[in-house]
Design a protein around this ligand. Structure first.
Ligand SMILES: [Zn+2]
Ligand SMILES: [Zn+2]
Ligand SMILES: [Zn+2]
Length: 184
């Protein structure tokens, strides 16, 4: 009992400590040891809330597609999603249906599209609308979302200075992640 209480207190302190951290990139580092099932359940839960608040339907297929995108921290292509739906669920979803589900998830900010890979990744903080920036490891294919205001501001200011009107922005940086460097 005592043990349970103390671990609970510890977990809370840890959570509060994280919430206070101004640099969100560390929170989103998928290399930090973590229980990934919590990433998945957390993502599904906030998706449920966000859709409810937005008054849009979080259908079974939309939910399943989001769950598949969250299967790992590696961007997933639409065809991988179709494959898994056919294999694991025995559900032959028509490609347009899955593309529509992905469009929906993009619109709601629940996933981001990684243009250079033509793939999708779950957003760890969909509650505020943003265009994330990504570090993509060319070895393990993990994508780490940065979501930094400083980068966004620098892009906006530079575009302003050039009198350029931004319609979309894609910041994707490829390289080798810390873990793959350590393993080399
Ligand atoms: Zn995870
Ligand atoms: Zn994001
Ligand atoms: Zn890597």
């Amino acid at each position: 009992m005592l043990y349970d209480n103390s671990t609970f207190a510890l977990a809370q302190t840890h959570f509060e400590g994280q919430a206070l951290m101004p640099d969100t990139s560390m929170l989103n580092d998928p290399h930090q040891p973590h229980d990934h099932s919590e990433c998945v359940s957390g993502a599904l839960e906030s998706a449920e809330h966000l859709c409810e608040r937005a008054g849009v339907r979080f259908t079974a297929l939309r939910k399943r597609v989001l769950e598949l995108v969250w299967a790992s921290h590696k961007p997933l292509g639409a065809y991988d999603i179709l494959d898994t739906l056919a294999r694991a669920d025995g559900r032959r979803a028509a490609p347009p249906t899955v593309y529509r589900a992905l469009d929906f998830l993009l619109e709601q900010g629940l996933v981001h599209r990684i243009a250079s890979l033509n793939a999708f990744i779950g957003c760890p903080s969909p509650e505020h609308s943003h265009q994330g920036q990504f570090l993509i490891c060319k070895q393990c294919h993990i994508a780490i979302e940065l979501d930094r205001d400083a980068i966004r501001r620098a892009i906006a200011d530079s575009a302003d200075a050039a009198g350029f009107q931004i319609e979309s922005e894609t910041v994707e940086i490829t390289g080798v992640c810390a873990q793959c460097q350590a393993a080399a």
